[in-house]
Ligand binder design. Structure first.
Ligand code: PEP
Length: 251
């Protein structure tokens, strides 16, 4: 069964104390609610253990924003998938365009990260999407196809069933520009078609594909109303409990 999901991505924001305050506020706001979607917050590594403990009796699940491409050992400053899992987090955002662009995460590196996340029982939220020039040249379909083929279409069908996809046009991330619901639906349907070609109709039907890129309380309902848009990956608007809750309420 396909799940609807609203997932926050705090990025490199919030001290530990500020993050705990935000998670506490969100927990309180959702304490009497039965959201029509799964709710996830993606936090920096330093928040994971505390926030996972804080949210263990709530409907909110926790994601890391990254993990290492190595199992363990002499990789100073890195955080492994096993370490992430040990905090209580259940998901791991991988392939975010900021990591691809600023930290040079290649298809090969991401393939390793996805494999390790799955091996440690973390569900990857795997991000794909084109930059502005690629959209202007109408190359978005080939870009997302290459990203899927390069890092996740090597997985077995069973492994792939544990992946959530996030379509995030890079030109819409943090810019205030949003893909129109029509643009987003069109490419989400294309992505689902690629999954169907590779893994079959049932796995494609069950695959959650999130939209990300300046999604907010005003535009969320219009995006989520489309048959192939199963929720949102939310950056800026996940940093305020009221704004994030309003997006959850769009379902
Ligand atoms: C993101 O970084 O995943 C994102 C979608 O950011 P924003 O909502 O701020 O555009």
């Amino acid at each position: 069964m396909r799940k609807n999901i609203v997932a926050g991505n705090w990025k490199m924001n919030k001290t530990l104390q500020e993050g705990v305050a935000l998670a506490t506020e969100l927990k309180e706001k959702l304490s009497n609610a039965t959201p029509n979607c799964e709710v996830i917050i993606g936090t920096p590594f330093i928040h994971l253990a505390t926030v996972s403990e804080l949210l263990k009796d709530s409907v909110i699940k926790v994601a890391a924003e990254n993990c290492a491409d190595k199992e363990s050992g002499a990789y100073t400053g890195e955080v492994s998938a096993a370490m992430v899992k040990s905090t209580g987090a259940q998901y791991c955002i991988l392939g975010h365009s900021e990591r691809r662009a600023y930290y040079h995460e290649t298809f090969d590196i991401l393939r390793e990260k996805v494999k390790l996340a799955l091996a440690h029982d973390l569900k990857p939220i795997f991000c794909i999407g084109e930059v502005k020039e690629e959209r202007e040249a109408n190359k978005q379909n080939e870009v997302v196809k290459a990203q899927l083929e390069g890092s996740v279409f090597n997985l077995s069908a069973e492994e792939f069933s544990n992946i959530v996809l996030g379509y995030e046009p890079v030109w819409a991330i943090g810019t205030g520009l949003t893909a129109t619901p029509e643009q987003a639906q069109e490419i989400h349907a294309y992505i689902r078609g690629l999954v169907a070609e590779k893994y079959g109709k049932q796995i494609a039907e069950d695959c959650t594909i999130l939209y990300g890129g300046s999604c907010n309380a005003k535009n969320a309902a219009g995006l989520f109303a489309n048959p192939d848009i199963d929720g949102g990956l939310i950056g800026g608007a996940s940093l305020k409990a009221d704004d994030f809750k309003a997006i959850i309420d769009a379902f």
